[in-house]
Design a protein. Structure first.
Length: 309
């Protein structure tokens, strides 16, 4: 836990106004999957990912998504080596620990499809050969919610592979002044201590051992059942939330319990993680637009109705 406290403390120095977001980001990382970050430009999405990678001494690569991007730009390409007179396989950004796909909703369908295997199986297949990616491997994807020109909706299959969807908001006045000052005084928070990959493996193993009672499993099952069989909810949904989502909710809650200094999950952990885990997996229909409901309204409504017994 000392390592986790160090990690959170250093992130707070760099990302001054997003305390809750930092907690969600740590939960994402220790859970070992992928995260989708949404905000307007200039709110330090890239800096958050780069700072995190540096703190954990991980290899970081960034790729800017554009409508003409091809899978070969992200994964591989054949390159002729004139010295050896052979064609070599060049591995691109996907072969690193943390891959930032900036403005992922600008990427075309071919690239979206190419990402699916790496996001779920943590491997890529090139022709007839499979390459396992580095451990840990995670995708950090960002999207801008206000631009629609040359953007594509992410397919549901890909949305379901993001453990969390995190939304960055504007800082308040006091924090914005601190941001101005921190960017004028350079290197004031230079990182001298880092978390190792061995530390990360040890922490993840400790999280696996976090206890989840049968009552908690029943509670999550009741929430899932409510989204599928209660007409007050299903009438606003295009389709039901997958089983993967509920597994992710339990795993994220175990991680949140761990960084809260507990070795067991409580209902409040489920409630805390329900919003970032489920908000991108709820696909609303036309009726929800008529009622002026959004995904967060629906999730809060579900949590208010389903009680822990």
């Amino acid at each position: 836990m000392e390592k986790i406290d160090f990690l959170i403390g250093e992130l707070r120095k760099e990302i001054l106004w997003q305390d809750e977001i930092i907690i969600d980001f740590v939960v994402w990382f220790l859970s070992g999957w992928n995260v989708l970050i949404e905000s307007v430009p200039g709110l330090w999405k890239t800096k958050l990912a780069k700072t995190f990678s540096s703190l954990c001494n991980l290899e970081f690569k960034r790729i800017q998504a554009t409508p003409d991007l091809l899978p070969s730009d992200l994964i591989w390409m054949n390159s002729y080596n004139p010295d050896l007179k052979i064609v070599e396989l060049k591995k691109w950004p996907i072969f690193s620990n943390i891959v930032l796909v900036d403005e992922i909703n600008r990427a075309p369908a071919k690239l979206q499809s190419a990402l699916l295997e790496s996001m779920e199986e943590k491997q890529v297949t090139i022709w007839d050969k499979t390459y396992h990616l580095q451990e840990p491997f995670m995708v950090v994807a960002t999207q801008n919610p206000i631009e629609n020109t040359w953007t594509y909706d992410l397919p549901e299959a890909q949305l379901d592979r993001f453990l969390l969807k995190i939304i960055l908001n504007y800082p308040n006045k006091d924090n914005e002044i601190k941001i101005y000052k921190s960017n004028i005084i350079k290197n004031i928070n230079k990182i001298t201590k880092k978390i190792t990959k061995t530390d990360i493996k040890k922490i993840k193993w400790e999280i696996v051992k976090i206890h989840v009672s049968d009552d908690i499993y029943t509670y999550v099952s009741n929430i899932a059942d409510y989204t599928r069989n209660n007409k007050n909810i299903t009438s606003f949904l295009e389709y039901w939330i997958s089983s993967r989502a509920w597994i992710d909710l339990i795993n994220a809650s175990k991680t949140f319990a761990y960084i809260s200094w507990r070795d067991y999950v409580i209902p409040e952990d489920i409630k805390k993680m329900a919003l970032p885990v489920l908000r991108h997996r709820l696909i609303l229909n036309y009726d929800s637009q008529i009622e002026e409901l959004n995904t967060e309204d629906i999730i809060k409504k579900i949590l208010n109705k389903v009680k822990f017994k």
